[in-house]
Design a protein around this ligand. Structure first.
Ligand code: 9UX
Length: 67
């Protein structure tokens, strides 16, 4: 399963790493790639192990808003 989430507030390379690491730490997330210019993150994951709500919470825990 692949999905792109819109994330507000990511502006620098550290923001990018924070969001990618938070997602990669979730069981079931396979890849997470932030596009700073677009303000989103493309995630591939196993939908049997993780869902969109869990990914949204992981991003929000880092201090960013998810659309
Ligand atoms: Mo530096 Mo990215 O404060 O928020 S981590 S811009």
């Amino acid at each position: 399963m692949e999905q792109t989430l819109n994330v507000q507030g990511m502006t620098c390379g550290h923001c990018k790493m924070s969001v990618e690491n938070a997602l990669n730490n979730l069981e079931g997330v396979q890849t997470a790639e932030v596009n700073l210019d677009a303000g989103n993150v493309a995630v591939t994951y196993d939908e049997a192990k993780v869902n969109q709500e869990a990914m949204k919470e992981a991003i929000e825990d880092q201090g960013y808003d998810v659309e």
